[in-house]
Design a protein around this ligand. Structure first.
Ligand SMILES: *Cc1c(COP(=O)(O)O)cnc(C)c1O
Length: 418
């Protein structure tokens, strides 16, 4: 699929006059349209709900937009819960899917009335000392082994720290029933960033079967099945995007074949997608500030891995467009780098691009999820601004850039300089 930036060079030149690069910019219209497609894909399930994974893009304005579209939030930490609360998102609009959970996090989740998804059977005794058990709770399942889809190896649940074994799921349900829990959710996350349309349907079959068994064994009422996140996006131009309508239809078929015959035809489907919801609709805009010709050709940018960690951390591919040169031939081989004193600070290695000159703006694609969010302050680099390209074409600052004052805010200099 051809990768086209959602802003032009002229727009970026205009925006950069007010908000200097680097910055992440998000496309409101595309995010809303995608949110509506997700709801359409699961419209066959009357109580379907997507809980946007806040960790993917913990930007209040974006979370608010998704809440306006009818989404809840999936939180996994104290501050993510606080952000949701500040946005007026509380109660069962919050799914709390955490692990290695601090007591204060459980306490706040319980106070907010969130649906709490236990990662481990020991969390039950841990939680008992913190808050009363709600009537509706959820447990996270880890089937172990390898996760294989159409003879293709996808991931290794066996090696994942998350979730409970199958016998522990039964034990947890029985224990929770004894504590007064009446209705249950079942959750699992088995593979990350999968563009295969078969992932959710295959996961759904596993969870539906498990739900039927747990219902049989314990008599528990199954309120929802949570397919979690993991639906991928095509980072590379040669990849096909996930077809969310086909995915929804695949889950519907599994529902008809497994859940309905088990007498569980009223179960709600939930999802906790992050990447699929906002990933393609954000870009990191950076300016070329240096060029270097040594053993290789280097393009130096004003953004660095502290603004987008995925290439440095996973060797992840992020497509790059040189704005204004969209139609020029890609005849030059470059390493596109940031300024960290860290040799993995490269957005691209040996990438064929049009000839770049100092002052050119580069759009680094697909930074709308797990982009800004994974930012950090190594080398004293400051986090960038986040901007929203609004539906009416205007540009709104939705998070200002950090300043040195922010960087030093956790120090007390008074005893040094006072
Ligand atoms: C990270 C995460 C998600 C979102 O994952 P995506 O790959 O962004 O869809 C959902 N649920 C849980 C529990 C997660 O940890």
């Amino acid at each position: 699929m051809e990768k086209k930036p959602f802003v032009t060079l002229e727009q970026v030149q205009e925006i950069a006059r007010r908000y200097p690069t680097p910055f992440h910019i998000y496309d409101e219209k595309a995010i809303r349209e995608n949110a509506r497609r997700v709801k359409q894909a699961f419209a066959w399930n009357p109580n379907f709900k997507e809980y946007f994974a806040v960790k993917a893009t913990p930007t209040p304005r974006l979370v608010q937009i998704l809440h306006e579209e009818g989404f809840g939030v999936d939180c996994s930490s104290y501050t993510e819960l606080l952000m949701s609360k500040a946005l007026g998102i509380t109660g069962t609009d919050i799914m709390f899917s955490s692990n290695v959970t601090p007591a204060e996090d459980f306490k706040l989740a319980a106070e907010l009335g969130a649906i709490i998804n236990f990662d481990d059977v020991t969390h039950i005794d841990f939680f008992e000392k913190i808050a009363p058990f709600p009537e509706l709770m959820s447990c996270r399942y880890n089937p172990g082994g390898d996760f294989v889809l159409d003879n293709q190896f996808m991931d290794t649940p066996q090696e994942a720290k998350y979730g409970m074994t199958r016998p522990q799921m039964t034990e947890a349900f029985r224990k929770l029933q004894a504590k007064g829990v009446k209705r249950f959710g079942i959750h699992a996350f088995l593979a990350s960033n999968t563009v295969e349309n078969g992932y959710y349907p295959a996961l759904a079959r596993i969870l539906f079967q498990t739900a039927a068994e747990l219902h049989q064994e314990t008599g528990a009422e199954i309120a929802f099945i949570n397919l979690s996140g993991g639906v991928g996006i095509p980072y590379r131009p040669d990849q096909q995007p996930s077809d969310i309508l086909a995915i929804g239809e695949g889950v519907r078929q599994a529902y008809e074949e497994v859940l309905v015959p088990a007498g569980l035809g009223n179960v709600a489907i939930c999802t906790e997608m992050g990447r699929f919801i906002t990933g393609p609709y954000g870009m990191l805009i950076t300016q070329c500030t240096h060029q270097k010709h040594t053993h290789k050709e280097y393009i130096g940018c004003d953004a660095c891995a502290a603004n987008l960690m995925r290439p440095a951390m996973y060797g992840a591919y992020h497509h790059i467009t040189v704005l204004g040169k969209e139609n020029e031939p890609c005849g030059h081989k470059y390493d596109v780098t940031g300024g960290l004193c860290e040799n993995n600070d490269k957005f691209a290695v040996d990438r064929m691009l049009p000839e770049i000159t100092i002052g050119d703006y580069l759009a680094i694609h697909d930074t709308g999820a797990h982009g800004f969010a994974m930012g950090y302050n190594y080398n004293g680099k400051l986090r960038s601004a986040e901007l929203l390209l609004c539906e009416d074409g205007s540009v709104e600052l939705i998070r200002r850039a950090e300043t040195p004052e922010d960087y030093f805010a956790t120090f007390d200099f008074t005893h040094l300089f006072g």
